[in-house]
Design a protein. Sequence first.
Length: 103
Amino acid sequence: MRSTSPVPTVSGGDRPRLARHVRMGFDPARGRHVLLTPEAVTVLNRTGAAVLQLCDGQRTVTGILAELRGRYASVDDDEVRAFLDRLAARRCLETRNAEVGRA
């Protein structure tokens, strides 16, 4: 059964980063990057790892998309945003708006 609660949506001005309880690492046994949470280990594909490596809390979503477009021939903005939305809904990703609380 799927939840009907609203799903967080990342905007272009948001600056995503991994939540404090989440770590990304490389699992040599699998030969893949993994996302580590207290409850689970999520095996990432290369694309997911590339996106998350850019989620440093400094870059905006728009900046992340631009960086990915500079690296790869084809980037589907909607797929990247959906990936970030799913991680935010799972509370693996935190976002703050670039216009709010500038340091």
